[in-house]
Write a protein that binds this ligand. Structure first.
Ligand code: COA
Length: 177
C-alpha cells in the first residue's frame, strides 16, 4: 500500500497491474446510487423494501461535503469501476454509545472480494479518523472478525446480537508520519 499525499487516502495495487484507489465518497457522490442498489441486495433485512433502513439516505449522508461524521470512502479500480465502500459513523451499538467513531457498512462487490479491498477501505477509514482528530476507531462485526484481526484490530468485547455474537474491535489510529 502506498500513501497518496495529494488525496490523503491510500492507493493499492496487486502485482502492480490492478491498482485500486480509495477516495472520500464526498468526492464521488455520483456513486451513491450504485452502492444503494448493492446495499439493498446485500442487506435486504435492513435496506429491503418496507424495512427500517434507507440505503439512499445513508449514502447521501456519508457523502456530506463538509467531511464530518458520518462519512464514506469508496474504492474504484484501475478502469474506474466502483468496487467497494465503507463508512465511519459516530455511533454504532447501544452498549458502546460512549466511544467512537465506528467503522461500518464495509462492502466489496462479490466478484472482487478476498483481494485486499476490504483491508484497504479500513486503512482509509483510519486516515479519515486521524484527519478528524480521533485516537482510535471501533468496529462491531459478526462477519469480518478474521479480517479485522489480521489488520491489527484488537477484540475488546463480544455481545449477543440478533441471535448471534457481535464482536467489538478497537484499533489505535496511527499518528502522522
Ligand atoms: C467483509 C468484506 C467487506 C471484506 O472485503 P474483502 O475485499 O473481501 O476483504 P479483504 O480481501 O481485505 O479480506 C478478506 C479476506 O481475504 C483475504 N485476502 C486478502 N487478499 C487476498 C488474496 N490476494 N488472496 C486470498 N485471500 C486474500 C484476507 O486475508 C481476508 O481473509 P480472512 O477474512 O480470512 O482474514 C466483504 O467480504 C463484503 O463485502 N462482505 C459482505 C458485506 C459484509 O458482511 N460486510 C461486513 C460488515 S461488518
Amino acid at each position: 500500500m502506498n500513501a497518496d499525499d495529494s488525496q490523503g487516502l491510500p492507493t493499492w495495487g496487486d502485482t502492480g497491474t490492478h491498482c485500486v484507489t480509495v477516495t472520500p465518497l464526498r468526492e464521488r457522490a455520483d456513486l451513491c446510487g450504485f452502492f444503494a442498489r448493492h446495499f439493498e441486495a446485500e442487506w435486504p433485512h435492513w435496506y429491503g423494501p418496507a424495512r427500517r433502513g434507507d440505503a439512499a439516505a445513508d449514502l447521501d449522508a456519508w457523502a456530506n461535503r463538509a467531511g464530518h461524521l458520518p462519512l464514506g470512502v469508496v474504492a474504484v479500480d484501475a478502469g474506474g469501476a466502483p468496487i467497494g465502500l465503507a463508512a465511519l459513523k459516530a455511533t454504532s451499538i447501544e452498549a458502546y454509545a460512549h466511544v467512537g467513531p465506528w467503522a461500518a457498512a464495509g462492502y466489496v462487490i462479490p466478484d472482487r472480494r478476498r483481494g485486499g479491498v476490504g483491508a484497504l477501505l479500513l486503512s482509509a477509514l483510519s486516515i479519515e479518523a486521524r484527519r478528524l482528530g480521533f485516537a482510535a476507531i471501533y468496529c462491531a462485526t459478526m462477519g469480518a472478525a478474521a479480517l479485522l484481526a489480521r489488520e491489527g484490530w484488537r477484540q475488546i468485547d463480544a455481545v449477543a446480537h440478533d441471535g448471534g455474537t457481535q464482536r467489538i474491535f478497537r484499533r489505535a489510529v496511527p499518528g502522522p508520519g
